[in-house]
Write a protein that binds this ligand. Sequence first.
Ligand SMILES: Nc1ncnc2c1ncn2[C@@H]1O[C@H](COP(=O)(O)OP(=O)(O)OP(=O)(O)O)[C@@H](O)[C@H]1O
Length: 340
Amino acid sequence: MNDGLRERRVKELEALHPEIRHLLNRADPLAEKLELPFGRWLESLDPGRLSEAGLDAEQLRARVEAILSQAQASRPDAHAALSSLTLKGGVDKAGKREALDLEIKVGEVICIVGPTGSGKSRLLGDIESLAQGDSPSGRTVLVNGAPPDPSTRFGSNRRLVAQLSQNMNFVVDLSVLEFLTMHAACRSVGSPASVVAEVIACANELAGERFAPETAVTQLSGGQSRALMIADTALLSASPIVLIDEIENAGIDRSRALQLLIAREKIVLISTHDPILALMGNKRIVVGNGSVVDIIETSYLERWRLQELQRLDACIMDVRRRLREGKRIEDVDSSWGPPF
Ligand SMILES: Nc1ncnc2c1ncn2[C@@H]1O[C@H](COP(=O)(O)OP(=O)(O)OP(=O)(O)O)[C@@H](O)[C@H]1O
């Protein structure tokens, strides 16, 4: 154990992270020994009691050290140095060379489009694993123009990339408030209560139906969990690269979700079949037969068209809301124009 940890008072350690408090309490109810340095506290533990709790002193020390180093790695400044991501071509499904050399800068939003089965998720997977020619596509991903070091790729703190996959299933038995408070504590954010409140407010803005802070995360609907994870990623995650595999269902306000992520100076890559999302990026990567076949910059005229599409989308969202509320739609706003 390093001297710094040995000398730190138990009181200080347990205040740093909820999991440490939980762990130390399991080993020994803390009240009387809070002022002890951690090293002395470990020596004072009753081995019988420890083994009843399914622990031993060495395991306890290692776990505390791991939690502290994870919290350190996920601090906002841990990846402050990321400036670009470069994708270098591999081969398509037929083994033909892929002509790809794309540098993506922080702040850019890149959409990935292409038919079903064309390789959109594979491309996201390559970025998630920071592939080095060792995935089925043979692509290489560079961070700041160079191959990432193995600790970034394989370390337990691979926080460079956050991936929001299509299925979000919670397994922990916590309320939304407890879950987010724990995440805020792991990230050591300043004013955690207000950040947590902001995440909940944002998630409720994105989700079709509202949920309360006391709702158990396992009780959230698909759309609500997705909205919660998007808001959490935008406001609480330290990862500067965010990968999103489709924001599909349940009436999530997709435009607002993307705006939330764009505002955070991250690199965002989103695989989508949705025309509005596809046009919201700075560029779109077109994938076919397992390789990138084109990279298209969103033009001024396309952005203009996007506004039209967003107007139509707002109409559809409004109809959806009305129908869900059991209302009729004969009296909808006539300014909707041609579709009605
Ligand atoms: N370059 C490649 N070389 C070999 N296999 C590939 C390559 N690209 C994609 N694949 C494989 O092709 C299959 C379909 O790809 P993927 O799931 O990425 O498609 P998709 O575009 O995301 O599909 P969907 O739109 O239906 O989600 C996967 O098994 C994937 O691993």
